[in-house]
Write a protein that binds this ligand. Structure first.
Ligand code: RNT
Ligand code: ZN
Length: 426
């Protein structure tokens, strides 16, 4: 598509939107200021750089054996750079503790900022913010399914210390990059079969978390969030950190609540939780994911629920209180493309929401004219959003439409061919 056509289509689209009272220029301006946090773990199948052969476990499962998995931090950064180059706007990176750069074995309770300086320097150069996560999986001390809630106080101590170390690192990341680092705690703790005691692990989780969060750190540098889950492979009957648990915890401790789209009953959606939970917690972190039949972490597509999430954020002017992160891992397709597809979809859905005549919808609703409300919502779906999106990509100097896949193919030929194709996952 040539530039003149893209621009002409955009101008026509702008008029169409103006006719229903939507300011497209304003929408694009707002969109350009939203930073999505890209999850580092899509790039290497949640392996990280600790150099142990600990099984991923903990209910996390990556399937597929597409060639080109990043094996080193440099490869992962190269892949990320490439992905960012195909996504309009400036975005963040979400790093897990197991992605530190270690020259020798450093256990999780001993990691420090020095292991993440490479990432910080890289991010600084690109002026991108970085978020962080303690890693409570893929470790021998998590092998029996328990970490912060373990019955053995020594194991608990180890994981509390890991959490404390991670908060220090996150805070230093935030300081060095002058951008608040969200440090998200997710633990896998749970049971495959019916527990005899659902209470004690929850008591222990409160204690462990309170200790982990004890030190008060500058909220300009770090903000803590907690992520619940309904079930995982191997924790089908009981998850210690359930939604009710963390909702209560986040409210009473005024932490950020993380809502992962795949962590609820398959027909339960997080879009409807945004305006409820924000009545009581200061901010939200979203793990935008796509569950298929279960918490399968499929690449984010342009679904009704993705649009509903973005509508909730935009309609209620919550962009400053809701942080958008992605969380999926698919090794059956090109991993760089997986980032690009998911992030472009998140942004497209956001744009779709920004192009909505919200005032008009609200007015119809208030006046009891639900006919007009539904009519407007439905007509909105076939408005020329694509022309605005294409123009935005052009403006942001990234490929328009499917053209980006040619760049990915070339990158595959040049870069992936050098990489080990033996890294299979089944
Ligand atoms: C797992 C949680 C968690 C992880 C990452 C790797 O169910 O969603 O967010 O996916 O921390
Ligand atoms: Zn998640």
């Amino acid at each position: 598509m040539n530039t003149a056509n893209i621009t002409a289509a955009y101008e026509l689209a702008r008029e169409r939107y103006a006719a229903v009272g939507v300011d497209v220029v304003q929408a694009l301006e707002t969109l350009s200021r939203v930073a999505i946090s890209l999850h580092c773990w899509q790039g290497d199948d949640v392996v990280g750089f600790e150099g142990t052969d600990a099984e991923l476990g903990s209910g996390l499962a990556v399937t597929g054996n597409y060639p080109g998995r990043a094996r080193t931090a440099d490869e992962l950064r190269k892949d990320l750079d490439f992905a960012y180059g195909l996504i309009p706007g400036r975005h963040r990176l979400n790093l897990h503790a197991l992605y530190g750069e270690f020259s020798q074995r450093v256990d999780r309770d001993e990691i420090g900022i020095e292991h993440f300086q490479g990432w910080i320097d890289w991010a600084k150069e690109r002026q991108i913010g970085v978020d962080f996560n303690p890693s409570y999986f893929a470790h021998e001390k998590a092998a029996d399914g328990f970490t912060l809630t373990h019955a053995d106080p020594a194991v608990r101590r180890f994981w509390i210390d890991h959490g404390i170390a991670c908060r220090q690192i996150a805070s230093e990341i935030g300081r060095q990059l002058a951008s608040t680092c969200i440090n998200n705690v997710w633990i896998p703790d749970g049971m495959k079969d019916l527990p005899a005691d659902r209470l004690s692990p929850r008591n222990r989780l409160i204690e462990s978390l309170d200790e982990l969060f004890l030190q008060s750190l500058d909220p300009a540098y770090i903000k803590d969030s907690v992520e619940c889950k309904l079930f995982g492979i191997g924790s089908e009957s009981y998850v210690v950190g359930s939604h009710e648990f963390y909702l209560g915890y986040a409210i009473t401790r005024q932490k950020i609540l993380c809502l992962d789209a795949g962590h609820f009953h398959p027909t339960e959606v997080i879009s409807d939780k945004i305006t409820s939970t924000l009545q009581f917690v200061p901010e939200l972190l979203l793990h935008v994911s796509r569950g298929v039949r279960w918490d399968s972490d499929h690449v984010v597509t342009f679904t009704d629920e993705l649009q509903a999430i973005m509508q909730e954020i935009v309609r209620n002017q919550l962009l400053n209180r809701v942080h958008i992160g992605l969380d999926y891992f698919d090794a059956s397709i090109n991993r760089v493309a997986a980032w690009v597809i998911g992030t472009r979809n998140a942004l497209k859905s956001l744009l779709m929401a920004l192009l909505e005549p919200t005032e008009q919808l609200r007015r119809s609703e208030l006046e009891g004219d639900w006919t007009a409300r539904l009519a407007i919502m439905e007509e909105q779906k076939s408005m020329p959003m694509g022309a605005v999106w294409d123009y935005y990509c052009l403006q942001q100097d990234v490929p328009v439409g499917i053209a980006w896949i040619d760049d990915v193919r070339q990158y595959e030929r040049e870069e992936f061919s050098k990489r080990d194709t033996m890294s299979c996952h089944t």
